[in-house]
Design a protein around this ligand. Structure first.
Ligand SMILES: [Zn+2]
Length: 222
């Protein structure tokens, strides 16, 4: 067998490995990501000054950058289900899903099916969660299957804490930004170590940026 054929065989095997239906017996790994709320700039300035200063010190990235991903879905059309919530929050999650679908190559499709890839919910913050946390995403990926060197997601749940966003006086648009951030995690994106990203760990005024779109493109390119 010549080298070209060996190469093709190897590619074929790799292809078979990743396109194989994911076994329900596959071991799942859980990970949780938090989004921290950005405190208001005008109110109670002295009390919140150190938190604001931390935010201001965040580096501005130079040159073409992309938001890192460690996970992705097998497919680019991904379903999400809204847990029971008010019409106000349903619109917030739907806006965030629309924003991602409009700008990146992934398509977030709402479904009522319990088998949805992603579940989004809006909750009162539990007592054990730090008061500055505005959102959280928990995801599970398969332990062995990888696509483009990324873990393949099995399920994800994104949460927005309505009492925290209210206490921090987030506007409707800023709550949409939190939902965009959490959706970013459910798509496999991690926190960006620079300011020009909706995936910066502190979220309030940032929306989806070119760095985030590049991050999705890299993760889902093949
Ligand atoms: Zn986060």
């Amino acid at each position: 067998m010549n080298l070209l054929k060996q190469g093709l065989l190897l590619l074929g095997m790799l292809g078979g490995l990743v396109t194989e239906p994911l076994s329900s017996r596959a071991k799942l790994v859980t990970r949780t990501e938090f989004a921290r709320g950005q405190l208001p700039r005008m109110t109670q300035w002295s009390q919140f000054q150190s938190a604001d200063r931390t935010t201001d010190r965040a580096p501005l990235a130079v040159g073409p950058v992309w938001t890192p991903a460690t996970q992705r879905w097998q497919q680019t059309t991904i379903t999400y289900r809204l847990a029971p919530m008010s019409a106000y929050y349903r619109q917030i999650w739907r806006s965030a899903a629309r924003h991602w679908s409009r700008v990146s190559l992934i398509n977030l499709v709402e479904t009522k099916a319990k088998s949805a890839d992603i579940t989004v919910q809006t909750k009162k913050q539990p007592a054990h969660v730090a008061p500055s946390i505005v959102g959280m995403t928990t995801s599970r990926h398969y332990s062995r299957t990888k696509l483009a060197n990324l873990n393949v997601l099995a399920t994800a749940t994104a949460t927005l804490y309505r009492d925290t966003t209210k206490a921090l006086r987030y506007t409707r648009l800023q709550r949409i930004h939190v939902a965009e951030h959490e959706f970013g995690h459910t798509l496999g994106l991690q926190h960006a170590p620079f300011q020009q990203s909706v995936m910066y760990y502190v979220t309030r005024d940032r929306t989806i940026t070119v760095a985030d779109i590049r991050g999705i493109q890299r993760a889902y390119a093949n």
